[in-house]
Design a protein around this ligand. Structure first.
Ligand code: ZN
Length: 99
């Protein structure tokens, strides 16, 4: 009986977005990972793009009983940063995503 090949695991290093510590992460082909805590991708915008968005102003839009201020123009991100937290920061009760 042939032993099944072990799936190729990729070792990557991520940085904790809170303390900056390097987090060793094992990535599996299925998209699963071990190590660290991944949240989302954060759009990175230049000050120029943010300024353009501010100048474009906002529009009031109604959703059901609520009225929201919606940007007329979203700043165009030049890149996306992955937001990771190490286990230590993740276990802290009041860690917040920095704006
Ligand atoms: Zn950390």
């Amino acid at each position: 009986m042939k032993i099944k090949d072990t799936p190729k695991v990729e070792m990557v290093k991520k940085n904790c977005s809170i303390c900056g510590k390097t987090i060793p992460v094992q990535l599996f082909p299925s998209g699963k990972y071990i190590g660290g805590n991944y949240f989302c991708k954060i759009p990175l915008c230049t000050d120029e793009e943010e300024e353009k968005s501010r100048k474009a102003g906002t529009t009031k839009e109604r959703f059901g009983n609520y009225v929201f201020e919606v940007c007329n123009k979203d700043p165009k991100p030049y890149a996306f940063a992955e937001y990771w937290e190490c286990d230590k920061c993740y276990s802290l009760p009041d860690t917040k995503i920095p704006s």
